[in-house]
Design a protein around this ligand. Structure first.
Ligand SMILES: *Cc1c(COP(=O)(O)O)cnc(C)c1O
Length: 379
């Protein structure tokens, strides 16, 4: 089955009681049992909910996996993966990460005795050098937020397997339309469903997809024991979002490509970070593991002062100044003071995230209007 058909029919069974084509929003906390222990597979809504079940099946389908799990946010999904570990375990991860992931690692899980090593995931040697006998998890974000660095999923997966570590890929930026990490050997794929999966900036949610039953059982146990589950209405919204993911992503990719090239040719624009440029250091790997390059990009101005960047950030009209990404509407963001403010400045600068970096989430509007908006703001 081709991808568009798959996205539309994923998790779709007509409702058994009425035939409703859309899975109803089951607003219930519990389920009546015929006799003690005799139920229809649903006991209590933290453990099971039919709307969530339909979504979880859809998540598994669109990531070419066996099992999906939905969480109350992307960071709750990450939190569940980290809870597979025990004190003394080590995690190797990237030095360019979503700020909230970095905060969860450094401020929460370090306190529980888990160690993190931050390296350039574009370098297999660096990943290998950071691994030890205690390494139990490799956490890979690709493309990275906000610098659009690329890690080789298949190569890192081979490394993880040879050392007995799990590989989890944060696939938020690419979405399942552009990249399916499980096909490249990853053990777990994670999403902030808040972004492209939801796609309409109206829900906070996270997801995990795996192939292996044992791993699924452990993660399901954590999901139900720790309780970071999404409500049924939120599940309905993400389920609906998934139906148009391929259509939206096609336009995000088209617009992204036009805008990345336009920025690069603009006399006032300095470096543009977009993984679809042939001279991007991760281009060959991106081309190998992705079906397109998406609508996320960052750039700096030639006059690389924070004041000039802030002026651009507050002068666009169609690009709204806001955190988040992946919605139908275009957003502009200042990582240093917004999405990545939780990373200490020194760390940010060391890893190439400057105070004047501007990040764009290119939406699905008409590209000409978006370009006109940026042209006016950059001046
Ligand atoms: C937003 C985001 C997250 C966190 O997801 P929430 O839904 O905001 O909790 C994790 N990773 C990446 C790459 C993100 O962009």
């Amino acid at each position: 089955m081709k991808i568009g058909t798959k996205f539309i029919h994923a998790g779709m069974e007509p409702d058994p009681s009425t035939g409703a084509i859309m899975t109803p929003v089951y607003m219930t906390s519990t389920y009546v049992q015929e006799a003690p222990g005799v139920n229809k597979g649903f006991e209590y809504a933290r453990s099971q909910n039919p709307t969530r079940k339909a979504l979880e099946e859809a998540l598994a389908t669109i990531e070419n996996g066996q099992y999906g799990l939905a969480f109350s946010s992307g960071v709750a999904a990450t939190d569940a993966v980290l809870k597979l570990l025990a004190p003394g375990d080590e995690v190797v991860t990237g030095n360019d990460l979503y700020g909230g992931t970095y905060r969860l690692f450094t401020k929460v899980f370090e306190r529980f005795g888990i160690k993190f090593k931050y390296v350039d995931m574009g370098s297999l040697e660096a990943v290998e050098a950071a691994m030890s006998a205690a390494t139990k998890l490799i956490w890979l974000e690709t493309p990275t937020n906000p610098l659009m660095n690329i890690g080789d999923i298949a190569a890192i997966s081979n490394l993880a397997k040879s050392r007995g570590a799990l590989l989890c890929v944060d696939n938020t930026f690419a979405s399942p339309y552009l990249q399916n990490p499980l096909d490249n050997g990853a053990d777990i794929v994670m999403h902030s469903s808040t972004k492209y999966l939801g796609g309409h900036s109206d829900v906070i949610q996270g997801a995990l997809v795996v192939n292996e039953k044992g791993l699924y059982d452990q993660l399901y146990f954590i999901q139900k024991s720790c309780g970071a589950v999404p409500g049924p209405m939120d599940c309905f919204l993400v389920l609906r979002g998934i139906k148009t993911l391929h259509l939206r992503m096609q336009r995000h990719c088209e617009n992204g490509e036009k805008i990345a090239h336009w920025l690069r040719n603009h006399p006032k624009v300095g470096k543009v970070y977009w993984c679809g440029f042939e001279d991007h250091p991760g281009y060959a790997v991106a081309k190998k593991q992705m079906r397109g390059f998406g609508g996320m990009m960052s750039f700096e101005l030639k006059d690389n002062s924070v004041e000039v960047a802030k002026k651009v950030l507050s002068s666009t009209h169609l690009f709204s100044l806001a955190e988040s990404l992946g919605g139908v509407e275009s957003l502009i963001n200042h990582p240093a003071s917004m999405t990545h403010a939780s990373i200490p400045r020194e760390e940010r600068i060391k890893n190439g995230l400057s105070d004047s970096l501007i990040r764009l989430s290119v939406g699905v509007e008409d590209a000409d209007d978006l370009i006109e908006d940026l042209a006016r703001a950059i001046g």
